[in-house]
Ligand binder design. Structure first.
Ligand code: GLA
Length: 731
């Protein structure tokens, strides 16, 4: 029973394999968060009810106790605006009187097995044997009739919890939600660091760690997408925690639009953490009887350090977020035309690519941007999703047939949420792009954004896509999104609902994505946004892989892939070998191997030597496919800490095999490097595949291996394997 209700103390205890979370229904039905941390047997933590006596300037509810109860000094489970809690609020709702005072109190609860989905939104799901149970706590503001449901699901056997919120207007007057976070958490003390993933186009998800200090701090996106600049991930990390140990709270928002992940350290030196839709330019009108569901937050607590947090996220996303045929089935090895040809291709050229690719062992050809309308550069045709007959005279079907005849599957690129001013669609519907009254819309990469909050707009794009996909010739679809949204607004929404637009836009995108994966379950979907500008769990729900970055330089990719791996599994990380000149094909392959793996180059231009190397790496790709996708990752030497070498290790679930990859970014004069392996069986023997040398697991994990002379020149790399001896234990 992962969720227990202790009637005597009016507490809920939510357990995963490694953590406990305790909620208290306090006097006057205030809901308090008493504990989140290492697993404990108790169901009640009395000492955590109030952090300290009321501060004189924090008003108190006089009905409780001798000095009253101050929500400002209590660990409020879901802090609301205007009711005596002055920390950043999770909820602020404007009522009919025009004020935003919101005071919610417990009215009831429900506990049940499994996990419900969220209408219109992506979410993690329960599978057999994960021990999932859900708690719904109901709370109400009696003045306005606002009813809040706090949802908690614990996946007992995974170390993961999820949280989200539903608001319902049970009153008689309209309400306007001005902020509604999915998660509010209070931690005692403030001796923590905040870990986050920042970046930009071509340098996504660099790891940043900073101490928390008094006041509000955090990361946000206001771009209309989760974005390149900050990922919707954050962790609150105990000061002494590192890759290999220490208390870590990891949070990831299952959403692809604007978000906030905020921490506030208050005058009592406690920490509040919030995650949810960014309140800036957000608002949602709830008429009587209407409901609003927030997206969910995935929460991981571990004492095993940042590395263990990552592994918990990886396993969880592989099993409880990624869906469909390619969750388990082997994905075809692809070659993409973008870096090989950009807009300069025709059917014959693509068929030549397919011919050569087949000889190398590649299984699918993706025709990237430039196949539709009259698109020969990025200045036109988005929105005109019919074939460019000059480039592909026989249309998609004829091309797909020719590619299939060469023995390859066929894939295609779309950017459905966009419209070029130079397009038939724009000429027909000059009001379908995102814009606000009286202002010239801004261009980004020469394009506007389509108003996906509108059903008619979505329907048009759906029909155009459906026409192509229903030919049955498409095996793969890359969904791109190549600019962010300025001038956010919809011609279809009244003035007092314009702040709903950005969320409605994301809901519209999700609706089309859901329709696509439902109608076309055999298509492999990959999402993309100028590389990794929408690399988030919301997208992963619809596409099992996401193009991680437009930067395919393997040395630059190290930082991008190390950072991405903090939260996301290798199975999801779009990584290709390209013609980028910085290193040879060996290193390009060794880096791309730690991802979905594929190619992004002109196969007709390869030298014989390069072709041999590519055939060798494709063999390695097949041999390591399951290991990399299902294995446990250990970041042994991070490029964020060591400017010379990067080392990572993947251990099979059975711990029978470990793969160690080392890349030299820059040769160092005295490059002493001894690395301790992780995650092996101490008392087993492991044979290094190339040298045949046998080591105990204990030795490998304590004394380590000497990589000083391994691949130690600029841009060189190596992959080593350690196989567990069948004889098993050391005598
Ligand atoms: C984005 C993607 C690239 C490619 C181009 C096409 O930048 O990240 O992979 O698809 O768009 O315009």
């Amino acid at each position: 029973m992962p969720i227990i209700y202790d009637i005597e103390h009016r507490t809920f205890k939510l357990d995963t394999s490694d953590s406990s979370y305790i909620i208290k229904i306090y006097e006057e039905n205030y809901v308090l968060n008493l504990y989140y941390g290492p697993k404990i047997p108790d169901t009640y933590v009395p000492d955590r009810e109030c952090v300290c006596p009321n501060a004189s300037f924090s008003p108190a509810n006089p009905v409780i106790g001798e000095h009253g109860f101050s929500p400002d000094t209590a660990p409020m489970e879901y802090g609301t605006f205007g009711a005596g809690d002055f920390r950043i609020s999770a909820l602020s709702v404007k009522n009919e009187n025009g004020d935003n005072v919101t005071d919610i109190r417990y009215t009831g609860h429900k506990i049940y097995g499994g996990k419900p989905g969220i209408p219109g939104l992506p979410s993690t799901y329960s599978v057999d044997g994960d021990g999932a149970e859900t708690l719904e706590i109901y709370a109400e503001d009696i003045v306005t009739g606002l009813k809040i449901t706090l949802y908690y699901t614990v996946f007992e056997n995974t170390g993961v919890m999820t949280r989200r919120v539903k608001a319902e207007n049970c009153g008689k007057d309209p309400l306007v939600i001005e902020r509604i976070f999915s998660l509010c958490l209070n931690l005692p003390g403030m001796d923590y660091d905040l870990l986050s993933l920042y970046g930009r186009h071509c340098k996504e998800r660099s790891v940043e760690r900073r101490p928390l200090s008094h006041g509000v701090q955090g990361v946000e996106s206001r771009r209309g997408a989760s974005g390149h600049c900050q990922n919707p991930f954050a962790a609150i990390v105990e000061k002494s925690a590192d890759e290999n140990g220490g208390e870590v709270y990891g949070f990831n928002f299952v959403y692809s639009g604007n978000f906030s992940a905020l921490a506030e350290c208050d005058h009592n030196h406690t920490t509040r953490f919030l995650m949810g839709i960014c309140p800036e330019n957000f608002g949602w009108t709830l008429l009587p009887d209407e409901k609003f569901d927030t997206p969910e937050v995935v929460m991981v607590f571990t004492t095993g350090g940042i590395g263990e947090m990552s592994r918990i996220f990886h396993r969880f996303y592989n099993n409880h977020l990624i869906r469909g045929k390619y969750k388990d089935e082997k994905r075809p090895l692809l070659i993409n035309s973008w870096e090989a040809a950009y807009f300069d291709f025709n059917a014959d050229k693509l068929v030549d690519f397919a011919k050569e690719a087949k000889k190398l062992g590649i299984e699918l050809l993706v025709m990237d941007d430039g196949w539709f309308g009259h698109r020969n550069n990025d200045k036109s045709s988005l929105g005109d999703w019919y074939v460019n007959k000059e480039k592909l005279p026989g249309g998609i079907e004829a091309l797909a047939d020719r590619v299939n005849a060469e023995g390859l599957k066929f894939g295609i690129w779309y950017e459905p949420e966009m419209i070029s001013p130079d397009s038939e669609l724009f000429r027909e519907h000059p009001d379908w792009h995102v814009h606000v009254k009286g202002r010239e819309p801004m261009l980004g990469r020469n394009q506007y954004v389509l108003d996906f909050s509108r059903r008619d707009v979505r329907e048009n794009i759906w029909e155009q896509m459906d026409k192509v996909l229903s030919t049955g010739r498409i095996d793969y679809l890359k969904w791109d999104f190549n600019r962010n949204i300025a001038g956010a607004g919809s011609a279809h929404l009244p003035p007092d609902r314009q702040k709903e637009f950005l969320h409605r836009f994301i809901l519209g995108t999700y609706e089309i994505m859901e329709r696509l994966v439902t109608k076309y379950p055999d298509i492999l979907f990959e999402s993309c946004s100028g590389g990794g500008g929408r690399f988030d769990p919301g997208m992963l729900y619809y596409s099992p892989q996401i193009w991680a970055s437009d930067n395919t330089d393997p040395i630059e990719r190290l930082g991008i892939q190390f950072g991405t791996s903090v939260c996301y599994p290798a199975s999801s990380v779009g990584a290709h070998v390209s013609a980028c000149p910085r290193t040879g094909y060996k290193t390009k392959g060794n880096v791309a191997l730690w991802g979905t793996f594929g190619y992004e180059l002109d196969p007709c231009k390869l030298s014989d030597n390069d072709k041999d190397e590519i055939k060798r790496q494709i063999k390695l790709y097949h041999e390591t496919y399951d290991l990399i996708r299902r294995g446990d990752l250990y970041r042994l030497v991070s490029p964020f800490e060591n400017p010379y070498r990067a080392v990572w290790q993947i251990v099979s679930e059975s711990r029978d095999c470990a793969m160690v990859s080392v890349v030299t970014m820059r040769h160092e004069e005295y490059p002493h490097l001894i690395v301790r392996l992780k995650g092996l069986k101490e008392d087993s023997l492991y044979r290094e595949r190339e040298s045949g040398r046998v080591y105990s697991g204990a030795l490998l994990m304590n004394a380590g291996i000497n990589l000083t002379y391994t691949a130690n020149s600029d841009g060189d790399s190596a992959v080593m394997f350690f196989d567990r001896e069948k004889s098993g234990r050391r005598e």
